[in-house]
Design a protein around this ligand. Structure first.
Ligand code: IPE
Ligand code: IPE
Ligand code: MG
Length: 249
């Protein structure tokens, strides 16, 4: 039982922790600009962003959120200078090594969404080990999108389904939305209810295009390293003030 669930009546603009969205997804953007404003190298922004991720993931677990999905590295981010890409990968490695050490205590489940094959063997093995340990835990599931691209995800699902059809295991004419879902990296995970993008950009940048078909969107100018529990609460309260109709009345 979460500490946050037993609160009394809520004031305007406050979060009602008894009716949180099941799944929140965040595009962790703005690290580079955060660093630039401070006259620091972009990598310092990524390091600060990793700390924010730790704070927000812990907070999501504490308030009893079921799923948090974060965009850590896109299929397009390889276009960046090699030094920046390798600094991001090093940070990930460092984070995972620390996380594995603390998993017993934190009991946060982690899963990776994306094509991990181009990553270093070491990082790939760390991701798999983290997922394996996670199977022992229940509670908040944190999905880390790593070398993730929404279009890439759909293409690989289409390839798998086409192969099953060619092998005579399926009939193309009877494929359903559920069949596609079952072949996405996110198979088994409910769609995000709320997608948050900090840093002032108003786009998806190839993040969960299939899954966010009916998501609510929240944009803020705050840069990811400055994103706080308070910012998340603002987004949650805003989400709770909306009316979702899913095409109905
Ligand atoms: C997000 O921050 C982190 C990654 C894409 C890996 P950025 O590095 O994109 O920061 P800005 O957008 O340049 O400020
Ligand atoms: C999206 O941010 C990817 C991640 C946050 C990991 P980008 O910074 O790569 O997106 P664009 O280039 O501004 O669209
Ligand atoms: Mg960016």
């Amino acid at each position: 039982m979460s500490l946050f669930k037993s609160r009394g009546t809520k004031r305007d603009g406050e979060v009602d922790f008894s009716r949180l969205p099941r799944h929140v997804a965040i595009i962790m953007d703005g690290n580079g600009r955060w660093a630039k404003r401070r006259g620091l190298p972009r990598t310092a922004g990524h390091a600060a962003g990793a700390e924010t991720f730790r704070t927000i993931a812990t907070y999501c677990k504490d308030i009893g959120l079921e799923y948090l999905t974060v965009y850590a590295f896109s299929t397009e981010n390889w276009k960046r200078p090699a030094e920046e890409v390798s600094a991001i990968m090093d940070l990930l490695k460092k984070y995972l090594l620390e996380a594995i050490g603390k998993m017993e205590r934190d009991r946060v489940k982690m899963k990776f969404l994306g094509d991990l094959s181009p990553l270093s063997k070491e990082l790939c093995a760390l991701c798999r080990k983290t997922e394996e340990i996670s199977t022992h835990y229940e509670g908040c599931q944190v999905n880390i999108c790593l070398n993730y691209g929404g279009r890439d995800e759909i293409v690989q699902a289409v390839r798998a389904l086409a192969a099953e059809c060619a092998a005579g295991q399926r009939n193309a004419a009877s494929l359903t939305e559920e069949d596609v879902c079952a072949h996405l990296y996110s198979a088994g995970i409910p769609d995000p209810d709320l997608v948050i993008r900090p840093s002032g950009e108003l786009r998806l940048s190839n993040f969960l295009p299939w899954q966010s078909a009916y998501a609510e969107f929240y944009f803020t100018d705050v840069l990811w390293p400055d994103f706080s529990k308070r910012e998340l609460n603002r987004a949650l309260a805003d989400f709770q003030s909306r009316s979702r109709r899913f095409g109905g009345v």
